[in-house]
Design a protein around this ligand. Structure first.
Ligand code: ZN
Ligand code: ZN
Length: 174
């Protein structure tokens, strides 16, 4: 962060935008997103970003920067809000885990031997398809299969720079 009396710097000419002063922002929402927001000290500076962004329709909005006190209060409130959200999420996770444990008595824990298949459904499928019974012995074997498939999918997602494993990360069975 920069000198204490400047709120932001102009995204074009890098001139400081002091607390409580007038500045310009772009009317296009992508130019206002908190992470990548653009701030302009003047309309010519706002004009300068247009060729890069290729907006279809845009205008400069005159805005007043928050005072330092307001800004600090806002930052504090945002931090508090974020903390509350994390807490909420943790609680939800706990609930989800509890439900899951209840639904599949065999699941739970994070050991490498954990059962990853719903045994009753698997047995029902095999029974319906073939009339055969199923030995419990296949459950750990299939769970290992799933772990290997999942590990592979994780690697695929990672090498793609993603944090979400997608369907296309799972190799189809040949
Ligand atoms: Zn400027
Ligand atoms: Zn813009």
């Amino acid at each position: 962060m920069a000198t204490p009396d400047q709120w932001k710097i102009c995204s074009n000419c890098k001139k400081p935008i002091p607390f409580g002063s007038a500045y310009y922002q772009c009317s296009v929402s992508t130019c206002q997103r908190s992470r990548t927001a653009l701030y302009f000290c003047s309309v010519p500076c706002w004009d300068a970003h247009l060729p890069m962004m290729r907006h279809r329709e845009a205008w400069a909005e005159s805005v007043t920067a928050p005072t330092r006190v307001d800004w600090e209060r806002q930052q504090a409130e945002e931090a508090e809000g974020a903390a509350a959200k994390v807490e909420e999420r943790t609680v939800n996770d706990e609930t989800a885990k509890t439900n899951e444990t209840e639904a599949h008595a065999h699941a739970g824990g994070e050991s490498a031997n954990e059962v990853l298949v719903v045994v009753s459904k698997l047995k029902a499928y095999i029974k319906a398809k073939s009339g055969m019974n199923t030995s419990d012995g296949i459950v750990p074997v299939l769970s290992d299969y799933l772990r290997r498939i999942a590990d592979q999918a994780i690697e695929n997602a990672k090498s793609d720079g993603r944090k979400t494993v997608l369907d296309r990360d799972v190799r189809p069975l040949s």
